[in-house]
Ligand binder design. Sequence first.
Ligand code: URP
Ligand code: ZN
Ligand code: ZN
Ligand code: ZN
Length: 478
Amino acid sequence: MSTVLVKGGTVVNATGAVAADVLVDGEKIVAVLEPGSTLLGSDLAGSADTVIDATGKYVIPGGIDAHTHFSLPFGGTQAVDDFDTGTRAAAWGGTTSVIDFAVQRYGERVEDGLAKWHDMAGGNAHIDYGFHQIIGGVDEESLKAMEGLVDEGITSYKLFMAYPGVFYSDDAQILRAMQKAREFGLMTMMHAENGPAIDVLAAQLAESGKTSPYYHGIARAWQMEEEATHRAIMLADVTGAPLYVVHVSAKQAVAQLAAARDAGKNVFGETCPQYLYLSLEKQLGASSEEWGDFEGAKWVCSTPLRSEEEGHLDAMWQGLRTNDLQMVSTDHCPFCMKDQKELGKDDFRAIPNGIGSIEHRVDLLYQGVVDGRITLSRWVELIATTPARMFGLYGKKGVIQPGADADIVVYDPNGHTSIGVDKTHHMNMDHSAWEGFEIDGHVDVTMSRGAVLVQDGEYVGTKGRGQFLKRGLTQYLV
Ligand code: URP
Ligand code: ZN
Ligand code: ZN
Ligand code: ZN
């Protein structure tokens, strides 16, 4: 086994920051050595095979992106990053674990969907990966199959209150799935938007000639998110199941989560970088020479981008600061403009939903530290530690401490990252949702289980080295 010493940096965990060297032996962290330490391992450090100089830099646990959709079939097409390109781009951006969504739909077997995802990921992932299970068709068979998920290391599943005819579940189905989740210890992840009502609004807009991407945001009004969030909270409450609401974007939905938490309910919320930085006005309503007002299609995702003027973006930052929101995942679901987003050129309802951000989440959240939105430790907590605790990986992942996997990122606060398709773009889309964003920081080194994947601006990782993470139950509940 070879040893690596990450030397001279500031180790940042969710609990705080300390000057320390980190000693890696094989795939594990074996010691965190503060200056003058006489701890076991100090001798070993002197003779490490490789030394990585982290002077003036932060040494953080590798990012965990708990919401990705590699190769998701959606809207008659398929997300363009697979486990190879997607996890490689993740590593470039300091993310060393992903939890992707295996898919089951009506008439399909859960076991088949899961097996398909294992097939797609195995031998292709550059970093470690786990799965959540989408239950897109709640019936007797899928409810029965939920009973076996924990044994498979799949300890969370997602339901949709949106997308009628695709993944949608009605209240009766949701209630039954939550009862099953409560019984078997699964975390329920909810896409909380009132899909049937949204579809009516969307049809009315389209029929009156309002067909551009901007109207995707108008149809998916914040009331539809607030209402569904409230309903999900109540359904979870009556079953006693914990609830994790994904991709929160409306300030009123955060208020629902906050009120539920204040009332003592086990309710959690995730937002995404797009809801922190991108808006209905600037992006969804954008036009360009190339695309006209179809430019906004680049940012069609659900929940939609919200109005900055109405304060939704500020509310997301505030929720992160006050822990009414616990995590930031990307909901990475990339589609190209050409041939994919273009499907909805004449009708926003046909634009495949999704934005690609897997490469930029760690950077975009670090900018929140620079801008005084969150603390350094909160940054690490949001991008790595809470995802690990929420989804049963903590100790192995999400922390720099002896015994943990050596998933380590050396982050340079004096470095700089310019985002754009001609600059740092390793995702598979033909555009970047983050074109022109400037980050006052830089991922210098990414290590996954002791192996360097990114260093000195070079990619040296290996396709297929990523391992399946058989996850435990959530560690976020008493
Ligand atoms: O627009 C989105 N979010 N696409 C991915 C599917 C989902 O709802 O998470
Ligand atoms: Zn969703
Ligand atoms: Zn998603
Ligand atoms: Zn640098």
